[in-house]
Design a protein around this ligand. Sequence first.
Ligand code: ZN
Length: 260
Amino acid sequence: MPGTWENIKQGFHFRGDYFIVDAHCHVDCPAVASPKPFGVQDLIGVMDSLGIERACVNLSHFPDYAQANERAMASVRQYPKRLFGIAVASVYAPHSDVDRVRRCIEELGMRGIKVTARWDSESLMPPVSSQTAGLEEIYQLAMRWNCPVICHGYLTPSIARRYRDVQFILTHALEDWASAESYRKCENVHFDTSASFFPRASIAHFVKLFGAQRIVFGSDMPLIDPRVPLGVILSAGISEHDKERILGLNMARLLGLEAG
Ligand SMILES: [Zn+2]
């Protein structure tokens, strides 16, 4: 019996006219409801079947972030025209990650930074302020290199205002309408569409609140089936141009890409 990802490739072929960029993917990690780890070939296979042209990969599920970044770049080197590497930095030890993130961007050509907690016991503790001060160095780097910062939590409206030249992407934000609302005036804060709880009305609601230019398609595959956010966006009661922006044009702009 084929696994989940085989089913996606076989059972759903979306080939629309949209330029689609997935802002939020993982590789080399366990896949929910699949017996095998989700590798880069699986990712490319799913992208091909769903018409996803480009994808940003980060390995924030790895306990060792140095290894995570190396492995992300190994995937990018295999598919340099399809994938972009996103360097990961820990909210708990950003000082020690700064030099590594700098190298990821300056030497390895990574195109963004993800700030997150590791998937271990650390993530049960809130970061202390002396540690989070190191995040400011990460934001300075992002400003210098004009690359987006993807935040799995740990962003506040005041930080977003202080670094208004940095383009932030909040993951899973469409699940929590109330906290998203606190970023309404922060034009540099964007929301990705990865969500485990995703009413169809979310997209139209967010477009009305924030404008389509602040929403980016991000699936979080293989943890979330990318057909869910894709289907929700494609069927949303919004204009064709807004769909184009959410599906790819906004992320292309944040990555400094030419669409097409
Ligand atoms: Zn994720």
